[in-house]
Design a protein around this ligand. Structure first.
Ligand code: NAD
Length: 503
């Protein structure tokens, strides 16, 4: 039996339960269908086959979930942090135990290659451990004495929060948002993306099995325009942590306006990787390829615009084209596969529409530009050369394995091109000139920048974007800043003068 056949066998065993029961919501600790009984179907992008039916929630289900989160909040907030820490570590333990199942299901549901997803499941566990360890210090504050008062600050959890996640690496991203919310003492209503509901269900069940009290974590499946929208409008939901498209973020801000919702947005990107001629070009090549073609290019931090210096562009692009043509597209459960299918027909149509856009704009399709096979949503990894920064392929987030290469003359032009975008999530700079690296990163408009490196996530550092790429930061203490309220309390230390009116 090949590795692929073995993995398919294991996957089918895991899918049996989903096929028999479908995916239900988890509200107040109970697995329940949508109140209306409505469902929708989730299909695998690999062969378009039906995976299972999923609860299609409406406002009524969201109301019930928000009520459960509200009822559970005081006890969860007041539980000693050391207890919360233990439960979150137990969630991490169970994720590790079921990491293979999570990875296989994630691949089948999203089309992501197993080589990346097995690590993503474990990273989910790490997210829980990281925030579990910080739970005991989440409420810590400062002592800021003044002449007449002892002023102290403390942080308190904001209340029940809504978490809305996208379909790219949905498992890892859900843990990334939910773990700090729970560690801070908030209760959660999670609305996962409709295209990828499998692992969100596994995760919520794991949390329940780990001993999380009923109602602390509620899962509501459904579409953005009804379940998602209601969550953002619900008066008992105090904040919305959202990961998704910039356009949706803007809608959520409007939807949440009447209830003055606090929002945290991790949105789209059109991230530049800038390669100067003095860089280690072999390492730069590896990183350029990894940062756009891993995870099917369905990655917010992907470097989708290559800015390459004229002096080395011909040789660099030649090697790049050869490597891109060698990338292995295949079944996501085959350990040799580097790129699997795109998530869904809708997204496939969007990504492939840029092949025509590139031609129409006069760019060259140096690699790829075609579908692979006639079943499933596979595309060849694609490279556009001869592009300029005003072309559609350089301006819009394609969110697939598609790279647009643009040449530049000098540092000044590279910076202008890099910043000439509505987005500002990440930037990657390759140079061995230290002073240039310092200058360039200072002026680059991005929330996260790596110099001579691909994106290497370190959990204590701030994660987030500027411009249309987001509002707020995750990671380290920044996550707690979002899920908690600062409170100041002043204690008089003596009999200071109080102005006497009407005396
Ligand atoms: P999307 O915005 O279409 O959907 C994301 C989630 O929002 C889904 O759960 C969806 O149901 C929900 N939603 C849609 N409309 C809604 C509404 N009106 N009210 C409330 N919820 C609504 O995004 P997607 O296509 O699932 O994901 C891809 C996008 O996510 C890309 O733009 C990518 O860059 C971005 N992303 C960003 C980061 C980051 O950290 N910056 C990380 C991952 C993905």
């Amino acid at each position: 039996m090949t590795d692929l056949e073995t993995n398919i066998g294991k996957l089918n065993a895991h899918l049996e339960r989903f096929r028999a029961e479908g995916i239900r919501n988890l509200i107040g600790g109970a697995s329940v269908p949508a109140a209306s009984g409505a469902t929708f179907e989730t299909h695998s992008p690999v062969d378009e086959s039906l995976i299972c039916k999923v609860a299609r929630s409406s406002a009524e289900d969201v109301n019930t979930a928000a009520e459960a989160a509200k009822v559970a909040f005081p006890a969860w907030r007041d539980m000693p942090a050391a207890e919360r820490k233990k439960i979150l570590h137990r969630i991490a333990d169970l994720i590790v135990e079921r990491a293979e199942e999570i990875a296989l299901c994630e691949c089948w549901d999203t089309g992501q290659a197993l080589r990346f997803m097995s690590k993503a499941a474990l990273r989910g566990a790490e997210n829980f451990r990281f925030f579990a360890d910080r739970a005991p210090s989440a409420r810590d504050g400062q002592n800021l004495p003044s002449p007449t008062l002892m002023n102290v600050t403390t942080r308190v959890p904001i209340g029940p929060v809504g978490v809305i996640t996208p379909w790219n690496t949905p498992f890892m991203l859900s843990t990334w948002k939910i773990a700090p919310a729970l560690a801070a003492g908030c209760t959660v209503v999670h609305k996962p993306a409709e295209f990828s509901p499998l692992t969100a269900r596994i995760l919520a069940v794991i949390a329940h099995e780990a001993g999380l009290p009923d109602g602390v974590w509620n899962l509501v499946n459904g579409f953005g325009e009804d379940a998602g929208k209601r969550l953002t409008e619900h008066p008992d939901i105090k904040a919305i942590a959202f990961v998704g498209e910039s356009r949706t973020g803007s809608m959520i801000m409007k939807q949440g306006a009447d209830t003055l919702k606090r929002v945290h947005f991790e949105l789209g990107g059109k991230n530049p990787v800038v390669v100067f001629d003095d860089a280690d070009l072999d390492r730069a090549l590896d990183a350029v390829i990894f940062m756009i073609y891993s995870l099917n290019g369905e990655r917010c931090t992907s470097s989708s615009r290559l800015l390459i210096q004229d002096t080395v562009a011909d040789a660099f692009l030649k090697k790049l084209t050869e490597r891109v043509n060698n990338i292995r597209v295949g079944h996501p459960l085959d350990p040799a596969t580097e790129i699997g299918p795109l998530i869904h027909k809708e997204h496939f149509d969007k990504v492939t529409s840029y092949f025509e856009a590139a031609r129409a704009d006069g760019a060259t399709i140096a690699a790829g530009g075609q579908r692979v096979g006639d079943k499933g949503w596979f595309v060849r990894p694609t490279l556009f050369t001869g592009a300029t920064n005003d072309m559609t392929i350089a301006r819009e987030e394609i969110f697939g394995p598609v790279l647009t290469a643009i040449r530049f003359r000098d540092e000044k032009q590279a910076l202008t091109l890099a910043n000439d975008t509505q987005y500002g999530l990440t930037g990657y700079v390759w140079t061995n000139d230290l002073t240039r690296a310092l200058r360039f990163t200072d002026a680059l408009e991005a929330g996260m920048i790596w110099v001579n490196s691909e994106n290497v996530r370190h959990l204590p550092t701030p994660f987030g974007g500027v411009k249309a790429s987001g509002i707020g930061r995750d990671g380290g203490d920044w996550s707690f800043e979002f899920y908690m309220e600062q409170k100041h309390i002043g204690f008089a230390t003596g009999q200071h003068h109080i102005p006497r009116l009407g005396a």
